[in-house]
Design a protein around this ligand. Structure first.
Ligand SMILES: [Fe+2]
Ligand SMILES: [Fe+2]
Length: 247
């Protein structure tokens, strides 16, 4: 997606405002990854700081650990959101709009409701967790694009810097979510269910990304990419090896 958009005439200043604006909304709401409907980076921070305020000498260490994890996670996402806000201002986005108004994409609504529906079971929730950041495809794609075409100008330099910063945080998030799947029973049946759900989420995620970038891909491209398991395996081998590095 990154290579299709950035390296082509499809990219325009208006479309830059559109994709960056939508990214602000996604960092704010999590697109169904942070929790049920209505959960945002602000509501996670609010509930974690209330729980932090209630800590006493007898609060179990694992409970404090979860509070710290939630705070750290939400601070990361809030930082991404504000970094994208800086970029949005740089490309000339209208800062009087509401964050909510930047997220009105049909495929984003569908992705969030799919994730909300799946997170009602342990297996579905594991798949939702593992889908955070869409396998980091956009960030790795941006890194690859800027390696081949080094950024020129303030906007592209900021996009390159930001995508590296997001990648540094998101690899940690994904690693933590991956480690948490150890609580699932380790049977082939369970993993094949996780994988089916992950494919469904990722396909919808790709549609969302496509709409975010003003549709550089046709629907048949998306269907082709989603059903190409060899392509998925190559991506995992090339970029997601860090998940298994510590095992
Ligand atoms: Fe993020
Ligand atoms: Fe994230």
């Amino acid at each position: 997606m990154a290579r299709r958009y950035f390296g082509s005439a499809h990219r325009t200043p208006e479309r830059d405002i559109h994709w960056i604006g939508f990214q602000i909304f996604k960092e704010h709401t999590g697109g169904g990854v942070y929790g049920g409907p209505g959960e945002t980076v602000a509501s996670i921070l609010q509930s974690a700081s209330q729980r932090a305020a209630a800590i006493t000498l007898s609060t179990p260490a694992d409970q404090i650990g979860r509070i710290l994890d939630d705070l750290t996670f939400a601070v990361d996402e809030l930082r991404h959101m504000t970094q994208f806000m800086g970029l949005y201002a740089l490309v000339g986005g209208d800062t009087h709009k509401s964050i909510e108004s930047l997220g009105q994409l049909e495929n984003a609504r569908r992705l969030a409701s799919l994730r909300h529906e799946l997170r009602t079971t342990d297996i579905g929730r594991a798949a939702v967790d593992l889908s955070e950041g869409g396998g980091l495809g956009l960030q790795f794609g941006l890194q690859e694009y800027f390696r081949i075409c080094p950024p020129v100008g303030a906007i592209d330099r900021e996009i390159a810097t930001l995508s590296q910063a997001v990648l540094d945080d998101e690899t940690k998030h994904l690693l933590a979510k991956f480690a948490a799947t150890a609580t699932l029973d380790n049977s082939d049946r369970t993993w094949s269910k996780v994988s089916d759900r992950l494919v469904a989420i990722s396909t919808q995620k790709l549609r969302e990304r496509n709409e975010q970038f003003s549709s550089p891909l046709a629907e048949h491209d998306i269907a082709g990419i989603a059903s190409n398991r060899a392509l998925g395996q190559t991506y995992i081998d090339d970029h997601l090896g860090f998940l298994l590095a510590g095992r």
